[in-house]
Write a protein that binds this ligand. Structure first.
Ligand code: AMP
Ligand code: ZN
Ligand code: ZN
Length: 490
């Protein structure tokens, strides 16, 4: 043997060993039985109450045949990248670190913006969470994503087997066809977890306003495409052999130039860094300290400013190092901007990004498939609980997360439609409606919908929230403030 052939045969042997190891690895890791495929679909900016406002035959069908929650409580800030990443990781932005659509990383001294392709593709920004497609791929399943924030980046050395670089111009038909093609693959290669994403309802919502005819027309078009998807699945004989989660990432509220606050009326912007604007501004110390920034904003109308340590606990936002020194949130319907930007001749008519408990910021949620009994109804659910739900549906060992599977378990175990109970109370602080499910409740108070976990018979709580029902009386605390004595209404 020459030195060359010896080297070549040695290389061939090591290659064979590697291939064998890889084959064994896939054999060992892939579960013996494939789970029911799971398709997660997001309609960006689809406020939960839009379905009452337009003709939506497909969504109506999904509701009739599946589990429908009144709405979905997202995470703060109610912005696309932050909320989408929470849905797939079960962690709050304050933990996973995708803290806005526009972020500043003080350690790397770098910015992220959803329009910056290089940043969007860079796994660095997403390392604080484990998306469900990573959990799936690492446990031997196959993932295929037709758009999802984070899906193009390598996270924990993993990317979905099939993914698409984001391009909002791809016709909706093409996205649907690709998902149907993926599902038509031979079973050993067929993806187990898939995503679909549509942005037009959000962009119309920004341009024309929430529930404007143009926005609802976009919703109607998405409904029609979902109809094509269901027809395609039915033709393949798959409609009852797939679990579908249909969600949106936040709601939408009306805004106007008149309800805009010029931050530069209160602060010298050359002395600090503002990494995000809008319903909430994220501000970093510069020549001004956090305390000075908050002091300068004291008394400014229609906003509240907090240093990082004072952000309300309910937002679960204080912990990550990308959370800014100062967070400023405007009143609902108000925006934080600057004088030069306010000269924009075409200001938005719709926006989102405020407190996720505001009803107008709630997204929506429907689940249909063999795991869910047709006609089931739930009070508002929490987006952070989707990751444990999806792990369960796919038979995966979930990564560490801040969600709670218990909320969905009664629905997964139900053979027949599961509904919830509505109880109304007249509290000293005003009327309250409690929508009660086996493991959680939604507390409707004024313009807010809070989600609380069951802690016992008639006892519900969450951070800075509690509601205790005792016969015809109840007591509650919202954001640390008592609702006073509550009496049951007939
Ligand atoms: P938002 O205003 O927070 O709802 O952001 C919505 C916008 O996010 C959409 O109009 C898209 O342009 C953008 N977007 C959504 N998904 C992605 C993605 N995976 N990569 C880049 N941009 C995205
Ligand atoms: Zn969005
Ligand atoms: Zn938007």
């Amino acid at each position: 043997m020459t030195r060359l052939t010896r080297a070549l045969s040695a290389a061939a042997v090591s290659l064979a060993v590697l291939l064998l190891a890889a084959a064994c690895q896939t054999d060992r890791d892939r579960p013996a039985e494939s789970p029911t495929p799971l398709l997660l679909i997001s309609i960006d900016g689809f406020r939960h109450d839009y379905i009452e406002r337009f003709d939506s035959p497909t969504i109506d069908r999904l509701i009739r045949e599946g589990l429908h929650a009144d709405s979905m409580h997202h995470a703060f800030p109610t912005k696309t990248f932050a909320t989408h990443y929470t849905m797939v990781t079960g962690r709050y932005p304050g933990t996973h670190g995708v803290v806005a659509n526009n972020m500043w990383d003080p350690r790397r001294e770098a910015s992220f913006s959803l329009g910056d392709r290089e940043a969007v593709n860079d796994g660095f920004w997403y390392q604080g969470g484990e998306p469900i497609w990573v959990t799936a791929e690492q446990q031997g399943l196959t993932a295929a994503t037709y758009f999802w924030p984070g899906s193009e980046a390598v996270i924990q050395r993993t990317r979905p087997t099939h993914f698409k670089p984001y391009d909002g111009r791809v016709p909706h038909e093409e996205r649907i066809d690709q998902v149907l093609d993926w599902l038509a693959m031979p079973s050993e290669r067929r993806p187990d977890f898939l995503t679909l994403y549509f942005s037009r309802v959000d962009s119309r919502g920004h341009g024309a306003g929430p529930a404007a005819p143009e926005t609802l027309a976009a919703a109607e078009e998405v409904d029609a495409r979902l109809g094509d998807l269901l027809a395609g699945l039915e033709a393949m004989g798959m409609l009852d052999r797939i679990n579908i989660l249909l969600v949106s990432d936040h709601g939408m509220d009306a805004v106007s130039r008149e309800r805009t606050i010029a931050l530069d009326e209160y602060l010298d912007l050359s002395k600090l860094r503002v990494s995000d604007w809008g319903p909430a501004a994220q501000i970093w110390e510069g020549e001004m300290s956090a305390g000075e920034i908050v002091a300068a904003l004291e008394g400014a109308p229609h906003l509240r400013a907090w240093t990082r340590e004072n952000i309300p606990d309910r937002y679960r936002f204080g912990s990550h190092y990308r959370v800014p020194d100062v967070l400023v949130e405007a009143d609902p319907g108000w925006l934080i901007s600057s004088k030069p930007y306010m000269a924009n001749p075409d200001p938005p008519r719709g926006m989102h990004g405020w407190d996720p408990a505001l009803a107008v910021m709630h997204g929506f949620f429907i689940a249909r498939g063999p795991a869910f009994a047709a006609g089931s109804r739930s009070p508002a659910v929490r987006s952070v609980d989707l990751y444990p739900l999806m792990s369960e549906l796919l038979g995966l060992e979930p990564a560490e997360n801040e969600g709670r599977l218990a909320v969905f378990e009664p629905y997964l175990e139900a053979r027949r439609a599961l509904d919830y109970r509505v109880e109304r109370f007249d509290c000293e602080a005003g009327p309250v409606e409690a929508r009660i499910a086996p493991e959680h409740m939604a507390l409707h108070v004024g313009e807010f919908i809070h989600v609380l976990d069951r802690r016992g018979e008639g006892r519900f709580a969450s951070i800075d929230l509690s509601f205790v029902i005792d016969g015809d009386r109840a007591r509650g605390v919202v954001d640390g403030r008592s609702l006073g004595e509550c009496r049951r209404l007939p």
